[in-house]
Write a new protein. Structure first.
Length: 56
């Protein structure tokens, strides 16, 4: 990598940092989505939602 010019080395380093940040955001978003799904499942199984479903 030493044979490349400094701008290209900087670009590669920034791309690696961007990839790491994007992976972190993706992991956090997946955790958030999974938590919302679990909350929705729990809410749909609650007695209040069953009563509301029967009344509708």
């Amino acid at each position: 990598m030493e044979q490349f010019n400094p701008c290209l080395r900087n670009f590669i380093a920034m791309a690696k940092s961007y990839e790491k940040a994007l992976n972190s955001v993706t992991f956090a978003a997946k955790g958030y989505f999974d938590a919302l799904v679990r909350m929705g499942e729990m809410a749909s199984e609650s007695q209040g939602s069953k009563d509301l479903g029967e009344s509708l």
